[in-house]
Design a protein around this ligand. Structure first.
Ligand code: PEP
Length: 252
């Protein structure tokens, strides 16, 4: 069966001391919590990746980056390559977050190139997709998500695709306090799974974890995760509080 996953995207928050406090609080909470089979992933900013891997030691949670270069290595000032992430034993990396698409011009072609770099280095990509408000109001959300998934991911072989985690994040729900209804989330997740089944077959589709993201909190996670095609969450704001993050992870 596919994995239940709760991943925390810290975005560009916390100084070193605050990051240390947050991850140590997450550890304390986890000591007294039964996560059952839910996989927890923490995605801090680059400077705190090793702090998190040192704390977790691969046993409490996995650690992921929030971004990666589309290039292999060389004169690309400021970039971080997939092989660097691999060299500190990271397991996951977020790609194509709507903030990167909106503020840094990340296209589906760039998402595809980053996914290729990650897979070549045995890091699992968490690939984000989702429509903006005007697209939903114009009932174009399915076309938008289909294009993002097709152009960003469907060049992969079935074997490569089986390493991918998808996060459906309606942009109008990110950081706004407006959550998609459980029905809206289920409808889109089922649609994404049907696209995967069409391209790679039912077996691969059934094994793919599809996370929901967008103002997911302890108060609404249960309802969202109760849907058959919602396999967990990508959590922004609520991942900055250890209590809330771990509470969400126990909402299955
Ligand atoms: C996100 O940015 O991935 C996200 C889901 O943010 P938030 O939970 O704050 O809406």
């Amino acid at each position: 069966m596919r994995k239940h996953i709760v991943a925390g995207n810290w975005k560009m928050n916390k100084n070193f001391e605050e990051a240390d406090e947050l991850v140590s609080n997450i550890m304390d909470k986890l000591e007294e919590t039964d996560l059952k089979d839910t996989l927890l992933i923490v995605c801090p900013p680059f400077p705190y990746l090793e702090l998190c891997t040192d704390y977790s030691n691969d046993s409490y949670f996995m650690v992921g980056a929030q971004n990666v270069s589309d290039k292999e290595s060389g004169a690309y000032t400021g970039e971080v390559s997939a092989s660097m992430l691999k060299s500190i034993e990271l397991d996951y990396c977020i790609v194509g977050h709507s903030e990167r698409r909106a503020y840094y011009g990340e296209t589906d072609a760039l998402v595809a190139a980053k996914v290729n770099q990650l897979l070549a280095n045995e890091i699992k990509p968490i690939v984000c997709c989702g429509e903006v408000l005007e697209e939903r109001e114009a009932n174009k959300q399915f076309d938008v998500v289909k294009k993002q998934i097709t152009d960003g991911l469907f060049h992969l072989t079935a074997e490569q695709f089986s390493e991918v985690v998808i996060a459906y994040e309606p942009v109008w729900a990110i950081g706004t306090g407006k959550t998609a209804t459980p029905d809206q989330a289920q409808e889109m997740h089922a649609f994404i799974r049907s696209l995967i089944a069409e391209k790679y077959g039912k077996e691969v589709a059934e094994e793919t974890s599809i996370l929901y993201g967008g103002s997911c909190k302890p108060g609404n996670a249960k309802e969202l995760f109760a849907n058959p095609d919602v396999d967990g969450g990508l959590i922004g704001g609520a991942s900055l509080k250890a209590d809330d993050f771990v509470a969400i992870a126990t909402s299955f």
